[in-house]
Structures are given as C-alpha cells and as structure tokens.
Design a protein around this ligand. Sequence first.
Ligand SMILES: *Cc1c(COP(=O)(O)O)cnc(C)c1O
Length: 419
Amino acid sequence: MKKEPFVTLSQVREMAEQYPTPFHLYDEKGIRENARKLKAAFAWNRGFREYFAVKATPNPFLMQILREEGIGVDCSSYTELYLSEKVGFHGEEIMFSSNVTPEEDFKLAYDLGAIINFDDITHLPFYEKIAPFRETMCCRYNPGGDFAIHNAIMDTPGDAKYGMTKEQMKEAFRCMKEKGVKHFGIHAFLASNTISEAYYPALAEILFTLAAELKRELGVHIAFINLSGGVGIPYKPEEEPTDIMAVGEGVRKAYEKILVPEGMDDVAIYTELGRFMLAPYGALITKAIHEKHIYKEYIGVDACAANLMRPAVYGSYHHITVLGKEDAPADHIYDVTGGLCENCDKFAIDRPLPAISVGDYLFLHDTGAHGFSMGYNYNGKLRSAEVLLREDGSTKLIRRAETKEDYFATLDLEHGFDL
Ligand SMILES: *Cc1c(COP(=O)(O)O)cnc(C)c1O
C-alpha cells in the first residue's frame, strides 16, 4: 500500500515557522479513528478495554485523546503511573504491567488503585510487605519454548525474561485465593510487531486454555484475559495493514470455542497496545541541511538517532517521503543520516528517493510510538518538540523542544568545579 503523509509541504512550511525542525507531529484524526476501529473490533466482548502502553508515547495530551475515546493506560514504572494520574486516570483504568519492580512503584500502583500484574512468583511476598492484595489481581504467563503460528516461529518466550511458568501461575493464584483475592487476570506478551491477523487469536487460544484449566483446578474466577501488545503496523509500503476487525473476530471464535463451553462467558478481554494505537499517526519532520558526495551519496538532516533510535538500534525501516516530491521518481540512492558521531546514525541506507535539495522537508513515517519516547541525549543532542495536528487542521505544541538549560538542569555550571 502506498504510504501517504498526513500533511502537505505547505502545511509543514507553515508549522516550521512556528516550531523549528526537527519535531514529532501527531495526527489527532487518525488516532481517534483508529481507536474507534479497535473498539468496534472487540465490541462483541462486554468488558473489553484497551490499556494504552504509555511507554510507546508518554505525552499527556495524546493520553488525554485516548482517554476521551474510553481507553485506559498500561504503566510499567513510577513516572508512567505518576503521569497517568496527572492526566486523570485512576483505579482500574490503570494496568500496572512491570518487571524487576522497585518497592515505590508497587506502592504508587496500589495507592492509585491500579490493577497489578505480577511478573514473577517472588513478587508476591515482595509486594505483600508493601501493600495488601486487592480483590482483583493479575499474573503474567510465559509458556516457554517457541511461539509458532502455522509452524512459523514468531518468537521464543523460552528466552524471554518475562512472566511465570504454568506451575508458578497455579501456585500464585492458589496463594492469592487463600488471602482473599476474588478475581484473577491472566496476561502474556509473546511476540512483537506482528503483522499477522493470527497473532492475537493464537495467543488467545493459549491463554483461554490456561484460564479454563486454572478455573477447573483451583476454582478461581477468571475476570479478564489481557492479550497485551504486539499487534503490528505496516512500516514498509509492501506490507498490508493489520485488519483489526479480522483480529477481533479471530479472538471471538477462540472465546466461543474454549471459554463459552466452560461457562466462562463473562471473561473480559483486555489489550495493551502501543504501536498499533499510535505509530502510524506520528511522523518525525526533519529538514535536509547538508549533502555529501564521497563513496556514497549522503543527505544530512537536522534530526538524528537521538530523536528516533529504531533504525540505528534495530535496523528498522521507516518510510521517508520528501514533502512536495510525493510523485517525483525515486531515481536517486541515498543514505539519510543524522549528526551523531556513530555510523549507525542513519535513518535510511541505500534508499531510492527523489533528488533531495538542502532545505527540503522529510516526513519519516510511523514514529508515533517508540519514537520520541526512546529518545536520548547522546552527543549533547536535545530532545525535539512534539506537535499535534488537530482535527480542524490547526496545530498545538504539546511538548516544547529541550533547551541547553534542560540538558544541564542536573548540574550547576555557575559555581565552579573544585573537588
Ligand atoms: C511494550 C509493551 C506493550 C506494548 O507493545 P506494542 O508492541 O507497542 O503494542 C504492552 N504491554 C507490555 C507489558 C509491554 O511491555
């Protein structure tokens, strides 16, 4: 599918007068439409709720848009919990799915009334020293081995640090039941950025089967199954978008097949999507500031891997549109690079693109999740601004760019450095 930017060159030119490049730009209309589609796909399940994975895009304005669409939050750290509370999330609108959890994080999660999802059996006694169990608690499952769909290995949970074995799940549920817990949730995250419509249904089958077994053996009430994140998006033009209606229908079929015959037709389905919720509705807007002709052709831009690290660390593909040259032939081969003193700081390698001139604006697609949030300050590079394109076409600065004062906020540069 052809990848189309959600803004035009003239819009970006106007924005750049107000907000110097680089900046991350988000599309409110796309975010809302997609959120409604997800809810429609799971409308068959009475208790369905999406808990947006805050780590993907921890911006309170974007979280507020999702909140208005009836979406909760999935947090994994103290600051994500704190931010969520500031946006107005509370109680069971917050899922706390964390690992290697510090004491104060559990404490805040308890104080906010969040649903706590234990990553490990040893977290139960650790947590009990901090706070009592609530009526509803959740545990994260790791089935071990390989996770395959139609014999194709999607990922290897056996090598992943997350979750409990089946025996540990049983022990944890038994222990919490004895201590008065009444409702239980089961959570698992087995594969990331899947573009197969079969991922959620395959995961659901595993978790529904486990849920039925736990209910039968331990007599516990399973209140929800959390399918977590992992539904992917088409980063490349040749990939197809995930048909979320088909995903919802696949999960419904597994529900009818496994849970309904067990009399478990009140189980709510939860999701914790990050990438699927926001990635396509964000872009990194950057300007070409240099060209270089040595053994290869380089275009140097004003953004770098500190603004978007996925290409540098994962070799991820992010599609690039040269704004104003959408229909020009891609008859030049470029490496598009940032200015870090690291050769991996390349947004694209040997990429066919139209001829680029200094001053052109580039639209790096699909940076709405795991984009800004993974940013860092290496080489003294500053974090960029985040800008929201409203549904009415206006823009709003939803996070200003960092200044050198922000960078040095943890140092006192004025009073000398005598040891
Ligand atoms: C990262 C994460 C998610 C979101 O993953 P996506 O790939 O962005 O959908 C959800 N739940 C947990 C526990 C995570 O760590």
